[in-house]
Design a protein around this ligand. Structure first.
Ligand code: HEM
Ligand SMILES: *[C@@H]1O[C@H](CO)[C@@H](O)[C@H](O)[C@H]1NC(C)=O
Ligand SMILES: *[C@@H]1O[C@H](CO)[C@@H](O)[C@H](O)[C@H]1NC(C)=O
Ligand SMILES: *[C@@H]1O[C@H](CO)[C@@H](O)[C@H](O)[C@H]1NC(C)=O
Length: 531
């Protein structure tokens, strides 16, 4: 059983019979659980319940389990005994940053193993993308990542930004004087899924033609770990299974019709399909495979947008400050129709909106549950500057962002609460002392919501433009209040489930209503963006 099978077991839902079955299997293979540990390897961190405790802990608490472990024993690095051996847990930010960039530590096995399970791909379909590289050529995934980064930069990025925000503008310009939402979360999820997929797929966006695909996408996302488990998923996780089939069928039609060749389609969509076609992957398999693009482009950014809007709107002072900042990049012109046009220049966020940008990074700090994963390809030594540790080939590393993201050393005693100005730079704060700069460096090191190294999320600049653009227009043009007409209350924010990048609201947070009204003095405005 590989670690991924084990993780698959761990992290699917809570069906008691499944858990019991897992525990049974674990007891049977108990004799195989004793782990070998060399003297230079990270010290062992034993679970409370022998052998299976870490698994049970993760099953029960998801990424909050890492907080619990760290509170119990705040060590920079540890060896966790797991089902099939051991996994290294790194919490020290210096070693995390080194590990994310280390060439002996690879992300690729995870992409392949998770991808195959998540997308239900045959070994045959996986063959061309599994090429691991040789003396003559780098691995398929190395080239793939490089091409994707290029396809999401500069003019290609600008085009995607313009397209996503064009759809956002259409949605908000469609509002009447007031607009009531039964659920702010579901409204944002729906609107932003459509806007993002417009940017990815152009005028043949399959989700525009069949709106039920939006819910299908989030059903697929919601049971990801059940799919990774991959044990008769059509029976064990029928909703996610059917959603996946439906989405893949729609994408198969899109790629079979060669809609990706149309000019308004994003470069990243085009490049990925083109690379696969060059490897003689069929359009059917491209459709199946590219559910991964649809998923990564929506799963993290959209919940982040929800939290960002809630954090700002729940705080009247932050809202007023950010409105003032935004006023400096909105241009108003009179239209011949008698109405006015307001244009938001998204290229000026970094220079004109320090608190808006800081509050975005702060939202990500609090909500991001990225568990960085790498596999040790060769015996490797890493160091935190005090001590060296040996990582043995074949083992996996886990680097949960939640521990450094909440560290009091880096962020201070109020590390668990939202502070819109926390990410202001020393210059923006007007304190450029050596101490302020050192604090800033420590915080940067302790913050890795987008991973790092050559797999650093290529979508981060798109997410920045999309999220800040949408938040800007909602804050500047509208009053966004709770369902009762008062300030928005930020829903309870838990830690993310394993396999989920961003914690989502739950229970009443999912159903939190909102009243949106055009802001006084801005009633006649038609919104637009320049990128
Ligand atoms: C707030 C939003 C987002 C967050 C927090 C996020 C986070 C991440 C993380 C943690 C990784 C893994 C990197 C590593 O382990 O080193 C990743 C990879 C990736 N992300 Fe994002 N992401 C976001 C938005 C997006 C968007 C909008 C897109 C595309 C439109 C995207 C596309 C990708 C792709 C293609 C990869 C794989 C990169 C590779 O394997 O080299 N992401 N993202
Ligand atoms: C793809 O198919 C063409 C024609 O059958 C062949 O010439 C080419 O070598 C194939 N490419 C790969 C990467 O298999
Ligand atoms: C737009 O119209 C308003 C009122 O009708 C007027 O005061 C203002 O000067 C006009 N602005 C421009 C740029 O023409
Ligand atoms: C990386 O792996 C190579 C073997 O391929 C090994 O010689 C080297 O020491 C490793 N690097 C580190 C920093 O441990």
């Amino acid at each position: 059983m590989s670690i991924n099978d084990a993780l698959g077991f761990l992290f699917q839902g809570y069906t008691p019979s499944v858990i019991l079955a897992v525990l049974g299997v674990l007891l049977i293979i108990r004799q195989r659980l004793a782990i070998q540990l060399g003297p230079q390897e990270p010290p062992i961190l034993k679970p409370r319940i022998p052998y299976i405790g870490h698994i049970v802990g993760l099953l029960r608490y998801h990424s909050a389990y890492f907080d619990k472990l760290y509170t119990r024993k705040p060590v920079p690095i540890a060896t966790l005994p797991m089902i099939n051996g051991k996994v290294y847990l790194i919490t020290d930010p210096t070693m995390v940053q080194a590990a994310l960039r280390h060439r002996n530590l690879s992300f690729e096995p995870f992409v392949l193993e998770f991808g195959q399970r998540q997308l239900a791909l045959s070994d045959e379909t996986m063959a061309p993308v599994s090429f691991a590289g040789d003396e003559k050529a780098p691995s398929f995934l190395h080239e793939w990542a490089k091409e994707i980064h290029g396809a999401m930069a500069e003019k290609h990025l600008n085009k995607m930004n313009a397209n996503v925000l064009h759809s956002v503008a259409l949605a908000v310009n469609g509002f009447g004087k007031t607009f009531e939402l039964d659920s702010l979360f579901y409204w944002l999820r729906n609107t932003m899924t459509l806007a993002t997929t417009d940017a990815l797929y152009g005028s043949h966006n399959p989700l525009r033609f069949d709106n039920s695909l939006v819910d299908a996408l989030w059903d697929f996302d919601g049971n990801m770990l059940g799919l990774l488990l991959n044990i008769y998923p059509s029976i064990t996780f029928p909703k996610a299974y059917q959603a996946r089939t439906k989405l893949q069928d729609a994408l198969i039609k899109f790629y079979s019709a060669k809609h990706d060749l149309e000019p308004e389609v994003s470069q990243v969509t085009k490049v990925r399909a083109a690379i696969l076609r060059k490897q003689n992957v069929s359009d059917v398999d491209i459709g199946k495979f590219e559910l991964s693009l649809l998923h990564v482009a929506t799963a993290n950014a959209i919940p982040t947008l929800f939290w960002h809007l809630c954090f700002i709107e729940s705080d009247a002072v932050a809202t007023a400050t950010i409105r003032q900042e935004l006023a400096s990049l909105v241009t108003l012109t009179n239209l011949t129709s008698g109405r006015r046009e307001a244009v938001i220049d998204i290229t000026k966020f970094d220079t004109h909106c320090p608190v808006l940008v800081s509050s975005y990074r702060e939202t990500i700090r609090l909500t991001n549950g990225n568990v960085g994963s790498r596999r040790v390809m060769e015996d490797t030594v890493i160091s935190d500057g005090k001590k060296e540790y040996l990582l043995r080939a074949g083992c996996d590393l886990m680097m949960p962002a939640c521990v450094p993201h909440f560290s009091e050393t880096a962020w201070g005693p109020d590390s668990a609460s939202f502070d819109a100005k926390r990410f202001l730079t020393p210059e923006e704060r007007g304190d450029t002392s050596a101490q302020a700069r050192a604090g800033d460096r420590e915080r940067k090191k302790s913050y890795f919501p987008f991973g790092g190294g050559k797999h650093l999320c290529p979508g981060r600049n798109f997410a920045f433009a999309e999220i800040l653009g949408a938040v800007a227009v909602l804050i500047m043009g509208f009053d966004v209040k709770g369902g009762d007409g008062g300030l928005i209350k930020v829903p309870v924010l838990g830690r993310s489930r394993i396999g989920e990048g961003i914690a989502k609201p739950t229970g009443r947070g999912l159903l939190m209503g909102a009243k949106i009204a055009r802001r006084e003095g801005w009633e006649d405005v038609i919104w637009k963006f320049t990128c």
